[in-house]
Write a protein that binds this ligand. Structure first.
Ligand SMILES: Nc1ncnc2c1ncn2[C@@H]1O[C@H](COP(=O)(O)OP(=O)(O)OP(=O)(O)O)[C@@H](O)[C@H]1O
Ligand SMILES: [Mg+2]
Length: 809
């Protein structure tokens, strides 16, 4: 099957293959045999492997693949790594100046050009994916490419996401993506027409017997013992081999044959000489693969370890793989390592992990970053709590830098556990705060707003105790940011003011600037837009020239929100352009995504439906994370509703509303619920519309988001009018008018008056209608909203000069 599929690949039809089977069923062996059948140079085979503790280390198997591809080995210094990567890029025609920074970043090598430092984690992730994709696609043009990732049931989220994107891209390229995994996992893309799953089933009896005989290498076996082995191993080749070897190790056949493959391995280990046993267990702590020099350092048994290592090799527990300047040993099978590891008592295990961590620190002192994952893994299992925390935070930061927030969160949660074990004192307090804040960031990016606040609040007493503005400023800023999202205006403002105060105490311009930016956003929520704009200006002044470029961009966006509320079209364009400029400078698509939806929003308001849809669609394309995707979908729905396109709008708004509810973001949850209500109203679904509009009103009111309140009131007015309750409609329009007036949302004031004029005219109150129309005209005359102004004009002139037939205007 693999060969047939490969033939298709050589003809340019990419294939995705999943090989699934229980441990020891022969997945790795199958791929090994497949590789042997390929003629040399018929294909480039790139292989990477996931490991059991690798689930929270972003890009782990991908990095291994690149290493193999570029010929990078353990022990290569940063200079050699850089050279090899550059050569790899040049081979496929990718200029290293452009692409190198991302690869270096993956390898934890400091990039001298500094190109990446200014980028947001999200931008780094997007560009890294693009680099990998280009490498793969261009590589496949030289020769068909076979991309093997083993044991993907242990894969990290980021690599999984990358493989998913590769699946989308390989359909028309000579690329074969082969993964192996145990039952229970389903890799991305298996539902594609060009995907095939191969299930490895137990070997039939005759084949099982062949495996046993070949493992025994000619040594005899009684028929009854052979029978027992065959029925016990149930056609699992690894079990068969181990059982046969286990019989072979023994002089006397032992009739107590273990029932599981683990049992067999355990029995084999038990029979080893004392020091050999000690060695296999020590090695098991180091991992499935380990360099001999690491084992040397950790070995604490009596005498030299070499003879024992040879013995393990002879017994096929491990095999040796030649490295460039060091030899690397590999456990023949993951289960062997597992069982040897399980044989250690807790205390001994901790001591060995601690020793392994310290040895790694010494051996690779000049390129530690590459080993953060392994260091965190070892120290987290040792008694060295402070080292565990240090390295867990470093891997978390590394993950967050590549926007792998789920992975970062795992490490940080782990780190918190270790800090708890440290002795009380200010060092512990600082560490707790440090970890908690990082956790707060990652939770936010994952849309878990309330948890982000909880995580910080838990440590407030500690913060007060430390009384250190350097810590307190950023802490209160983050609280303010989260409270603002959660629709808690007083708390947000109070926290922002506190951040400004603390930041001022220690000259922390960045925090002061960010907190003013937040107050600009609060101006939008609370309807005090002009005050908000003042804060926004302060924010920009403070943040320009600092390293906080992302927040500088956000300050422009927040001012943009204020201008949207005031209906000032040109100023919104200006704010969006400034945010885009920052976004481009730091390659951050999120800023550009936000900029596109604020221009869409004001375009809807001023009646430019086509522009509104275009901008919102662009915003959607630019959204790369879950949170911004939701905002963009909401505004696109909103733009469609404004054009009366209910059918297109409903699914978009429905999605946005559901997600915003989950995030706990009541302002836009309320606003988009009101839009969804309008969409249902347009479709004639009045009852559903009413229910939703009431809900939108309640949500927006609960967080005092007046713009949202006004939207909901207006929809309720239209619903009342549809239901023929004109008194109620007039009252509700008056409510909306009052709300929009209180926050000086001028274009909306004009729009409500136009609608009111229509309603009043229908009720034969021509002077009343004319008054509204004239008011609308006068408020819109000062705004840059020609479409709305034209509507007002038309209405005024029709009301002044009624058509002879006396029809309603
Ligand atoms: N068809 C076969 N014939 C003979 N030996 C086999 C066959 N398939 C597998 N083996 C042997 O069985 C052992 C286990 O196979 P392998 O390592 O491929 O299992 P696996 O499915 O990859 O397991 P895991 O899920 O633990 O990675 C190996 O020693 C391999 O050589
Ligand atoms: Mg395997």
């Amino acid at each position: 099957m693999l060969q047939d599929l490969f033939t298709q690949v050589t003809e340019g039809r990419g294939q995705v293959v999943g090989v699934v089977g229980e441990p020891g069923m022969g997945k790795s062996r199958l791929l090994h045999e497949f590789r042997q059948t390929l003629r040399a140079r018929a294909a480039t085979v790139l292989e990477g492997r996931c490991v059991s503790y690798g689930g929270a280390i972003p890009y782990l198997p991908i990095i291994e693949i690149i290493r193999n591809n570029c010929g990078i080995v353990d022990g290569d210094g940063p200079g050699i790594v850089a050279d090899r990567l550059a050569a790899g890029l040049r081979e496929v025609g990718m200029p290293p100046t452009e692409w190198m920074p991302y690869l270096l970043h993956l390898f934890g090598v400091k990039d001298e050009s500094g190109a990446i430092d200014a980028l947001s984690p999200e931008a780094v992730k997007a560009r890294t994916f693009e680099t990998l994709r280009q490498l793969t696609l261009r590589g496949s043009r030289l020769r068909p490419l076979i991309f093997i990732v083993e044991d993907v049931h242990w894969i990290d989220k980021t690599s999984e996401e990358y493989l998913a994107s590769l699946v989308e891209n390989l359909i028309a390229a000579p690329i074969m993506l082969v993964t192996t995994y145990r039952p229970g996992y389903r890799p991305p893309g298996m539902d594609r027409s060009y995907a095939t799953q191969i299930t490895l089933r137990p070997l039939p009896r005759p084949d099982s017997l062949t495996v046993v005989q070949s493992a025994l290498q000619g040594r005899g076996l009684s028929t009854s013992l052979a029978d027992t082995i065959l029925s016990r191993a149930e056609g699992n080749p690894f079990f068969l081999e181990e059982l046969a070897l286990s019989m072979g190790d023994q002089r006397e056949p032992d009739h107590t044959i273990p029932h599981t493959v683990q049992g067999v391995i355990m029995a084999r280990i038990d029979r080893l000489a004392e020091d050999t046993k000690r060695l296999v267990r020590t090695a098991a702590v180091l991992g499935r693969e380990f360099p001999q020099k690491l084992l040397d350092r950790v070995w604490d048994g009596p005498g030299a370890l070499h003879p024992h290592l040879l013995e393990l090799k002879r017994l096929e527990f491990v095999y040796e793989r030649a490295g460039i300047d060091e030899s690397v040993y590999v456990f023949k099978h993951a289960l062997t390592q597992d069982v040897a590891y399980e044989g250690l008592l807790t205390h001994r295990r901790q001591a060995l992990h601690g020793a392994a961590g310290l040895a790694l620190e010494e051996l690779y002192a000049d390129r530690l970053e590459e080993f953060y994952g392994a260091l965190a893994h070892h120290f987290a299992r040792s008694e060295l709590a402070d080292k565990a925390v240090t390295y867990l935070m470093r891997v978390a930061d590394k993950a967050a830098r590549v926007y792998a927030n789920a992975e970062a969160l795992t490490h940080l949660t782990d780190a918190l556990g270790h800090v708890q074990r440290m002795p009380d004192g200010s060092q512990r307090d600082r560490m707790l705060l440090d970890v908690a804040q990082r956790k707060g960031f990652s939770l936010y990016f994952l849309g878990r707003f309330a948890e982000s606040v909880e995580c910080l609040l838990e440590h407030r007493a500690r913060l007060d105790r430390l009384d250190d503005p350097v810590l307190a400023g950023p802490y209160y800023f983050w609280l303010a940011h989260m409270y603002s999202r959660l629709g808690r205006p007083e708390l947000a403002v109070e926290s922002a003011r506190r951040a400004i105060e603390e930041g001022g105490r220690c000259g922390d311009d960045a925090t002061v600037g960010k907190a003013h930016g937040l107050l600009a956003l609060e101006g939008h929520w609370s309807g005090a837009a002009r005050e908000g704009i003042e804060h926004g200006r302060t924010a920009v002044a403070r943040l320009e020239g600092t390293a906080q470029q992302w927040w500088l961009g956000m300050a422009h966006i927040y001012m943009g929100f204020d201008y949207v509320l005031l209906g000032q079209w040109a100023e919104v364009q200006q704010a969006a352009a400034s945010a885009i400029a920052v976004g481009e400078a730091i390659s951050d698509t999120r800023l550009q995504c936000y900029a596109a939806f604020i221009t869409s929003w004001i375009a809807s308001m001023r009646g430019d439906g086509a522009v509104a849809v275009d901008d919102a669609e662009r915003s959607r394309k630019l959204a790369t994370d879950r949170v911004s995707g939701v905002y963009a979908a909401g505004f696109l729905g909103y733009a469609h509703v404004d054009r009366g396109e209910a059918e297109t709008a409903i699914p978009l708004l429905d999605h946005a509303v559901r997600e915003l509810e989950q995030f706990g973001f009541p302002q836009w949850h309320g606003m988009f619920t009101a839009s969804l209500a309008e969409a249902y109203r347009l479709r004639g679904n009045t009852d559903r519309a009413f229910e939703l509009a009431e809900r939108g009103l309640a949500l927006a009111t609960s967080c005092r988001y007046w713009l949202g309140v006004g939207y909901a009131q207006r929809v309720l007015a239209r619903i009342a009018s549809d239901r023929g309750r004109q008194d109620e409609a007039a009252a509700r329009f008056a409510d909306a008018l009052g709300t929009f007036t209180s926050i000086d949302a001028r274009i909306e004031i004009g729009r409500v008056r136009i609608e009111l004029a229509g309603l009043v005219a229908d009720r034969h109150d021509r002077p009343g209608a004319l008054r509204h129309a004239e008011e609308a005209e006068s408020v819109l005359r000062d705004m840059d909203a020609p479409v709305q102004l034209a509507r007002a004009h038309r209405l005024v002139s029709e009301l002044r000069h009624p058509a002879p037939s006396g029809e309603r205007p």
